[in-house]
Ligand binder design. Sequence first.
Ligand code: NI
Ligand code: MN
Length: 227
Amino acid sequence: MAKLTFHGQSTFTVETDDGTRLVIDPFFDDNPVSDIKRADVGKVDYVLCTHGHYDHFVDAIPLCRETGATLISTFEIVSFAETQGIDGHPMHIGGGFDFPFGRVKMTAALHGGQVHGDVTGQFTTVPGGFLMHLDGKRIYHAGDTALLLDMQLLRGKVDVAILPIGDNFTMGPEDAVEAVGFIEPRVVIPVHYNTWPLIEQDPGYFADLVGERARVEVMQPGDVFVP
Ligand code: NI
Ligand code: MN
């Protein structure tokens, strides 16, 4: 069963049954709450980035360079990475692909499209999220996003929803609860909060709001969750 380890903000490492190791939205060395540094991540086969902002992308290119991992992200982000000598698998919103480790589909997000490190701005992208089928479980990492009616399209298709609750840059707790109502996941993992003062939130408050709608799994950096 796929094993998810949280590292703060929106960063996860995932290990599937076949031993494939994924990193989602790598933010290690400058992440004030991460339990590990980039050098401690170990073997990585694929790096998945929902969008190009610093706190989701800053360690992606170095991590791919250091581990030989393949970058999975939007066409623009992968194109930017290729200018830095990194191989990637370009995708885009609404498209899915059957990777050796499982299926990944990019989902819609409403957020900013700047790509960290792209000083020209020519690789500015549409941000997204990932719906991943891993070892028989359906895991949705929403990325950074506002509450979207489009999330209703995910109803009945998600076992574990990873949703931002930090407010200010993304959904806050109240909107994230509405997202839970749209998606109806079995488990929800709140992320993108308490990394900085601007996104301070009480995950217990969020859990209270969710109530009986889903099981809320509050993870601390370093915690492991098996769906
Ligand atoms: Ni962002
Ligand atoms: Mn962010």
